[in-house]
Write a protein that binds this ligand. Structure first.
Ligand code: B12
Ligand code: SF4
Length: 483
């Protein structure tokens, strides 16, 4: 039993639910860093807080509820992605039954984009938080009475009469260093691992978030942290990585931001900080980027600073579709950046989307061919999901093309999950066709002799051997099944 009055929960969702039974062994179990940031913020203000990561601990809803303290002034915060919505709904029902007086607060990307609707769809919840939750949760934890909810900015809440009320939005935190580092000590760190394609050596690779916000306007992205790029100071980032090395003996980290490379001066200083502190000799790191925000000099500097892999969102092999999703890059830029990155000695993961609005089958096949031509070390092909809050969702909704509001179907791995319904299918296409294409894309990308040989040459550990072998076996099996 947890002896505290604020409990933050990552809802119980299994890897099989997220990736399907065949792909689950390659899925990530990632730290709920949003909750850890909130917990760190509360702890620094002497507010007792606990985190239950039910997904990582593979707890059932009943096990989560039985861990809640029996206090009357309990505040329960649950983080909510669109993909975890159904689990959150069930969890809230059980928490309400066990703790009738608890204040149930939901936050995270799904609530931030659909705050009122979430309260309507989950009647047991009292509050939804829009955007960043650190300051909001502190105010909620300090409420003397529910009638004070009307004074908390950045939330929607259910009033006494049952009406849903939307308060003014809370401005973004301008100085990120005002937020203490995430309270990783409250998380079951030994349970986390990233996808096989994101790690080098072992599967354990903690994530560190160095900035929030992105100025670009891709139509499929929710951009919940706004358009302006806000970063931690280099000193703070270096110290946080040094703490990870010291506490968890890590030799690799995943450096995350909405777009890490958007501000050249920041990236240059970050690389300098990693080199000057000697961290570039202790750890390797991976990150995500856009092809139009890096150049040769920057890539060489990143390599010197310990970057071993960059994930680029390529999305599609069709310039028409790139323009339609407002990606703001050309196919030539993609090819050029891939060449520069490889020349700098950095390996690449490419993200590709299938089933974009108006995409034809021929264009899907062009995307798969483009992926083969670019030849990143790893490629990920996901089925397009219009997440709420994105321009894509708004446009498809306005034209009546959203097929389902069952949020559990908003899964980009639907091909491997064998979903019977998905939120969107381009005109003239079908779910079975897209599902088969997702499997085929991986097969034709990975089951090429040159690719197999590339992986054989990269094998460094028993873990590598196991993950490559299992991956190839799953792909071969999917081909034998004829999909
Ligand atoms: C990094 C990242 C990842 C990493 C996570 C690594 C890690 N350990 O955190 C990886 C690669 C593993 C990942 C995976 C996925 N991701 Co992702 N990811 C991101 C990204 C780029 C940044 C997330 C981040 O840095 N968060 C930083 C923390 C501080 O923010 P946060 O968690 O949102 O929490 C803050 C607020 O939301 C709020 N809050 C959160 N929870 C709560 C709870 C309460 C009670 C309160 C009050 C407030 C609150 O307060 C927090 C602190 O300010 C976002 C884009 C974005 N900017 O959000 C996409 C994003 C979150 N991902 C998304 C998706 C879809 C996924 C996947 C489902 C993809 C897939 N098909 O597998 C998986 C799901 C993983 C899972 N846990 O189930 C979507 C979610 C859309 C949606 N509506 O749900 C986003 C928004 C991108 C997009 N498409 O627009 N992701
Ligand atoms: S997908 Fe990446 S580059 Fe595009 S708006 Fe979102 S965070 Fe920015």
């Amino acid at each position: 039993m947890i002896a505290t009055s604020v409990v933050l929960i990552n809802p119980p969702v299994s890897l099989a639910e997220r990736y399907g039974s065949e792909m689950q062994k390659f899925g990530a179990v990632s730290e709920p860093l949003g909750l850890a940031y909130i917990a760190g913020f509360l702890e620094a203000r002497n507010i007792p807080v606990a985190i239950i990561d039910a997904a990582a601990l593979t707890l059932t809803v009943d096990q989560v509820v039985s861990n809640l303290p029996p206090t009357r002034d309990l505040v329960v915060g649950v983080t909510t992605l669109t993909t975890t919505f159904r689990a959150v709904q069930k969890l809230c029902r059980c928490i309400r039954a066990a703790c009738p007086e608890a204040l149930i607060v939901l936050g995270g990307p799904h609530c931030s984009t659909l705050p009122e609707r979430t309260l309507e769809e989950i009647p047991e919840a009292d509050v939804t938080c829009m955007g960043e939750g650190e300051e909001t949760m502190r105010e909620l934890a300090n409420l003397a009475h529910r009638s004070e909810l009307s004074g908390v900015t950045g939330i929607c809440f259910r009033s006494h009469g049952g009406m849903v009320v939307r308060n003014p939005e809370r401005p973004f935190i301008q100085s990120l260093d005002d937020i203490p580092p995430p309270a990783r000590h409250l998380l079951p760190i030994e349970r986390y691992h990233l996808t096989a394609s994101r790690v080098s050596g072992s599967a354990f690779c903690p994530t560190i978030i160095v900035a929030r916000g992105c100025p670009f306007g891709c139509t499929y992205c929710s951009r919940i942290f706004g358009r302006s790029f806000r970063a931690h100071s280099i000193h703070r980032i270096v110290r946080e990585i040094q703490d990870l090395v010291k506490t968890y003996k890590v030799d690799q980290v995943n450096i995350e931001a909405d777009t890490l490379t958007v501000k050249k001066s920041f990236l240059r200083e970050l690389c300098r900080g990693l080199i000057d502190s000697g961290l570039n000799r202790r750890i390797q790191w991976t990150c995500e980027s856009r092809v139009d925000t890096v150049d040769e000099e920057m890539l060489r500097e990143m390599r010197r600073a310990g970057c071993w892999q960059i994930s680029y969102g390529v999305e599609t092999g069709s310039q028409r579709l790139l323009d339609l999703i407002n990606k703001g890059v050309t196919l030539a830029q993609v090819e050029n950046t891939f060449q520069m990155t490889k020349a700098a000695g950095i390996s690449i993961r490419g993200f590709f989307m299938l089933g974009l609005p108006t995409e034809t089958r021929a264009e899907s096949l062009t995307t798969i061919d483009f992926a083969k031509k670019l030849d990143p070390l790893w490629a990920q092909f996901t089925i397009t999901v219009p997440y709420p809050g994105t321009q894509m969702f708004k446009e498809l909704e306005a034209s009546g093309k959203i097929r389902t509001y069952d949020w559990s179907r908003y899964n980009t791995w639907s091909g491997w999950k064998g979903e019977e319904e998905v939120p969107f299918v381009p005109e003239g296409r079908s779910i079975p066709e897209l599902a088969a294409l997702q499997k085929r894309a991986l097969r034709v990308f990975y089951l090429r002799p040159a690719k197999v040989w590339q992986f054989v040459r990269r094998m460094r550990s028993v873990y590598d051997l196991q993950k490559y072998f299992e991956g190839f076996w799953v792909l071969m099996k999917s081909g034998l099944k004829g999909s």
